[in-house]
Every structure is written in C-alpha cells, then in structure tokens.
Ligand binder design. Structure first.
Ligand SMILES: [Ca+2]
Ligand SMILES: [Ca+2]
Ligand SMILES: [Ca+2]
Length: 150
C-alpha cells in the first residue's frame, strides 16, 4: 500500500506539476506573465532568464483564447508576443522557431506597420484596445512579456 501511494504520487507529480512555481499550465506548456514594461528584445531576454522560456508562440485559437482570458484580468495595456517581421517586412515569423505564422489573430486594422508618429512597427502584441486581438507596434515600445515554456 505504501508503495502504491508512492508510485501514485510520482505519477501525480509527473502529470500535474510540470510547471515552475507561479507559472500557469495549459495544454503541454507553462506560461508566465511578466509585469514590467520592456522593449521586445528585453522581453525575450526576460523569458530566457526565467526557466529558459521564450516569448509566447501562439499555435492555435484555443491557446490564444486561453491567454487572452488571463490578460483581461491584468491592468497592463499591451503584451509582447514572440512574433516579428523585422527580418522581412510583412513576413511574420515566430521568434523561437523562425516559422512563418500560420495561425494569427490580428485586429482587422492590423498589422499596418504604421502607428501614428511612431514609424515602423515590427513586433506583435496582444493589445487591450482591441480586446487583446493582435497589433504590430514598434519593437522599442515598452510592454510586458508573456513567456511560454514547452
Ligand atoms: Ca504555444
Ligand atoms: Ca513591420
Ligand atoms: Ca500597428
């Protein structure tokens, strides 16, 4: 009986407790919401320093909806997504794998590469004014990171 409990505990830990303290688990990934406003590259750096994660790579509608629901609980106005067209204008690539984005959730007016008076916009965000649909904004803007660890 003792052995049975021991094995069950190991299984439980293995299945349910794979995320570090303070991280949120969803469908095979762990997420952490950074609450400091930093540039895009600093945001990616922040994630790498925290359990070697990356800025979020949104694979599908379910993951996107799950994260947007969480973001609505916070006061921050915009959050970095690990998606950029810095290498080639209009070609949106995931920062962790360089893959071209398949699923996206741009607001209908975005990406426009053209914020008022802000010049080029090469980095993607969840933006509260669009109910956290995505918008491109200048990579030098300061927002909070959403980190994802597989
Ligand atoms: Ca993901
Ligand atoms: Ca751009
Ligand atoms: Ca824009």
């Amino acid at each position: 009986m003792w052995l049975f409990d021991f094995v069950m505990n190991l299984l439980f830990l293995g299945v349910y407790c794979i995320c570090p303290d303070g991280w949120l688990q969803y469908s095979g990934s762990c997420y952490m919401f950074g609450h400091g406003a930093v540039h895009f590259t600093e945001a990616e750096q922040f994630c790498r320093q925290h359990h070697n994660s990356h800025l979020i790579h949104v694979e599908n509608m379910a993951e996107n909806a799950f994260i947007k629901d969480r973001l609505r609980e916070f006061k921050e106005k915009a959050w970095w997504i690990g998606l950029t067209d810095e290498l080639a204008e209009g070609m949106w690539q995931w920062y962790d794998t360089q893959e071209i984005a398949n699923f996206t959730d741009w607001n209908p007016t975005e990406p426009n590469n053209n914020g008022p008076g802000q010049g080029q916009e090469d980095c993607a965000t969840f933006w509260d004014i669009f109910d956290f649909k995505w918008a491109d904004l200048p990579c030098t803007s300061k927002f909070s990171p959403v980190c994802e660890k597989k």
